[in-house]
Design a protein around this ligand. Structure first.
Ligand code: KPL
Length: 309
């Protein structure tokens, strides 16, 4: 099975590296950057959670016109870039099984609207990864990956993709209801990302300090009411988010990294999406609305306002 990995951020690079290292036919599909040039020239230097390092040869394609036919494409671009990525890489996506493992609400719907519906899978992954410098990615923590067909029952291509990922050391479960998996991950992100980005603290601060604990609980409980109003069974998302904050205590959340580097954040696909879905359900969402506005304000300062590169 030839797997395309769309997006060369930390997670896309990690998945492409693990797949290529396992011998799976893999192509990293991404914009040209110092990172993709370093991977092409010197291979991907992949740090493992146990501290060991390996250099993996990964095929990189930066021009959609030169992309190979792929059986499956894993989408890892930031949710802010989903629509552009679909347009740009449409020829590769049209005939493939396409799986979004991105953060946020709305990515699967954007793919379904643009591509043949029965080709779209959605899911989540909780691995931790960081691009340390161009060509160097550290797998900071192992996690779980879940995916399933967005509309319709799972079938052989879904099982094959999950098996290919699992053989590459990315433990992957096929789930019957990827909407629930996506919402559950969104609730975790809603509880952790904006608060840690705005306060510039590590994830663990949200379980170690009362103020952090309060923010986490309020943001998650409010968003969980929206999920439940949409008919999604979210279990005990506050407890789940606390567990993730504990497990990733020393991590800088992706939103914190984005803000500190002056990059666009995924606020619209997380808190922004919760607020608009809350209003569709006639539910209040003052905590998520405030967090979203604060992140937007911080984002509008850009890198110059924060003194970061
Ligand atoms: O997914 C994450 C993120 O930072 O986006 C969490 C789970 C919060 C870990 O940092």
């Amino acid at each position: 099975m030839h797997v395309g990995v769309l997006g060369a951020g930390a997670m896309g690079s990690l998945f492409a590296g693990r797949l290529a290292a396992s011998g799976a036919e893999t192509t990293l599909l991404a914009h040209a950057s110092a990172h993709t040039a370093a991977i092409r020239d010197d291979g991907l230097r992949l740090g493992r959670p146990d501290g060991s390092r390996a250099t993996v040869g990964v095929d990189v394609v930066t021009d959609p016109a030169s992309a190979p036919d792929c059986d499956a494409v894993l989408v890892f671009v930031k949710s802010t870039d989903t629509a552009d990525a679909i347009e740009e890489w449409r020829p590769v996506l049209t005939d493939a099984t396409v799986a979004t493992l991105q953060n946020g609400l709305g990515n699967a719907a954007a793919l379904v609207a643009a591509l043949p519906e029965d080709g779209v899978l959605a899911g989540t992954t909780s691995h931790g990864a960081v691009v340390e410098e161009p060509g160097v990615v550290r797998h900071a923590g192992t996690g779980n990956t879940r995916l399933g067909r967005w509309d319709g029952p799972n079938d052989a291509p879904v099982e094959r993709l999950a098996a290919t990922l699992s053989s590459a050391g990315i433990d992957t479960a096929v789930v019957a209801d990827p909407r629930t998996a996506v919402w559950r991950k969104v609730l975790v992100n809603v509880g952790i990302n904006a608060a840690t980005a705005l306060a510039r603290v590590e994830n663990g601060a949200l379980v170690e300090r009362e103020s952090g604990e309060r923010l986490l609980r309020r943001a998650v409980s409010e968003a969980a009411r929206v999920a439940r109003a949409e008919g999604v069974a979210v279990g005990d998302p506050v407890a789940e988010t606390r567990r993730v904050a504990e497990r990733t205590a020393s991590n800088a959340s992706s939103m914190r990294q984005d803000l500190e580097r002056g990059r666009a954040t995924e606020v619209e696909a997380l808190h922004g999406a919760v607020v608009s879905r809350a209003s569709e359900q006639d539910l209040p969402a003052p905590v998520n609305r405030t967090l979203a506005d604060l992140v937007r304000l911080a984002e509008s300062q850009g890198s110059s306002g924060r003194g970061q590169p």
